[in-house]
Design a protein around this ligand. Structure first.
Ligand code: THU
Length: 137
């Protein structure tokens, strides 16, 4: 496990350099690995109208989906903090839309990381499957 995601974490750290975070000064980078082996990166993009800010994870997912990729193996998230940062609730929901089994790798400023499954981060999630079940009634 130790080295498995080192490359993806490195790509997330590189993506962090593009963060547009003038209000929080909290830079985040993400690197999303598709089933096909492609990597889509993302950073957080803030706005003077704060509520419009977009997290790094969602930037990466939306880039991938808009390019036709919907099956994901893993996403690495990198911040500048000593402590590992876990994705916000909105991003967890977006990850669960596409793959409940994907690995979520959370890395600190030194590149040390922890790995969880998306479904571990959002128990009892509302997913597309649930919506299909409801439609059948
Ligand atoms: N942020 C992310 O990009 N991802 C997370 O998982 C947590 C928070 C961003 C949003 C905002 O630009 C800044 O970090 C501070 O909340």
């Amino acid at each position: 496990m130790a080295e498995k995601y080192a490359d993806l974490v490195q790509k997330a750290a590189e993506a962090k350099m593009s963060a547009y975070a003038p209000y929080s000064n909290f830079r985040v980078g993400a690197a999303l690995l598709t089933e096909e082996g492609r990597v889509f990166t993302g950073c957080n993009i803030e706005n003077a109208s704060f509520g419009l800010s977009n997290c790094a994870e969602r930037t990466a997912v939306y880039k991938a989906v808009s390019e036709g990729f919907r099956k994901f193996k893993a996403i690495a998230v990198s911040t500048d903090t000593e402590e590992i940062t876990s994705p916000c609730g909105a991003c967890r929901q977006v990850l669960m839309e596409f793959d409940t089994d994907m690995d979520v790798i959370m890395a600190n400023v030194h590149g040390q990381y922890q790995v969880y499954k998306a479904k571990e981060l959002l128990p009892l999630a509302f997913t597309p499957k649930k919506l299909e079940e409801e439609r059948r009634i």
